[in-house]
Design a protein around this ligand. Sequence first.
Ligand code: NAD
Ligand code: UD1
Length: 337
Amino acid sequence: MKVLVTGGTGYIGSHTVVELIEAGHEVVILDNLVNSQPVVVDRISQITGTSPTLAVGDIGDPDLVDRVLTEYEPEVVIHFAGLKAVGESVAQPLRYYRNNVSGTITLLERLDAHEIRKLVFSSSATVYGDPQTLPITEDAPLSAVNPYGGTKLQIEQVLRDVAVSDDRWRFAALRYFNPAGAHVSGLMGEDPTDTPNNLLPYITQVAVGRREKVRVFGDDYDTPDGTGVRDYVHVVDLARGHLAAIETMSEHRGFDAWNLGTGVGTSVLELINTFSEVNGVEVPYEIVDRRSGDSASSYTDPAKAHRDLGWKATHDLAAMCRDSWRWQSQNPEGYGG
Ligand code: NAD
Ligand code: UD1
């Protein structure tokens, strides 16, 4: 298939592009490079032997999107493009709603005009807010606890409404739990521009000596060791979830959502200890106050994705820790180094 990947030079997008190319699909990336670097395309090419086309520009620019659709005529879109920093979204909500929600609406309008009506959307477990029941299934109540989460919820609602308006649309919202890990080659991984907000990139930067110690946000949660529990899922497993979604898309009408996670909950201290053990590196840490907005535990029951998409995560926590460390130790400054 010819696939348009918005946000395809980003962390999850780049790994998905590799899996798409390796499965024989043809890829064009649309990315404005606000949070990624063009050198990613060279890395994709080193891994796969094929260089995807990169169109540099914004999903909210209708003329540009038109040109890309006219030139490449994709059959399906995988839509990663979006801003994702929770704290920044609290400080700059309008920028987040403009970029993520308005950008998606412009993209959908142009896709409709070109009669391209299959789209996979990067949603997030954040749409479950502070989860009341574990494991989290797709029918759990939805709520937004910050503007970033608000953009994901609103986009899902737009997709639901558009699907109702015209039954030719097919939308798959994939709600990722906690993406982690890197490509096994060590050539691609997560490259946060600022101080990492997420735990594993913070751990790798401590391990490589860029930061002094990990701050563990609270050890008084109602969890086995008191630290927060999350469902970490390898980025290559996530990438393969997108392949599964486009390959099964003709079987699913309208809008539907699937949780992508392993179903295994891991605490902050378990992750730090596993990382140290499998990589043989010290990770100093200190316990500090809870981070506001954090919930104690979040993990999914991945049964629906397995049943409908035939997808299951195959990488364990040790693989996520090894691959993240290979990426960080071979590229101490990320793509900029
Ligand atoms: P990322 O920042 O690495 O990738 C997003 C890409 O989109 C970047 O390359 C950026 O330059 C591009 N982009 C942003 N706005 C754009 C616009 N208006 N036009 C064109 N390109 C634009 O992030 P990621 O971790 O790869 O996440 C991809 C998607 O998955 C995002 O939508 C994110 O919200 C979602 N998601 C991420 C996580 C996570 O923890 N990484 C979890 C759940 C959901
Ligand atoms: C965070 C976001 C969520 C987003 C997700 C993926 C918040 C409140 N939530 O989720 O909206 O969808 O990232 O991008 O920001 N931790 C530490 N020290 C750190 C970093 C994290 O102890 O330096 C702990 C956290 O308290 C949590 C766990 O590690 O228990 C995972 O944190 P993180 O990687 O930020 O993911 P989430 O909190 O699940």
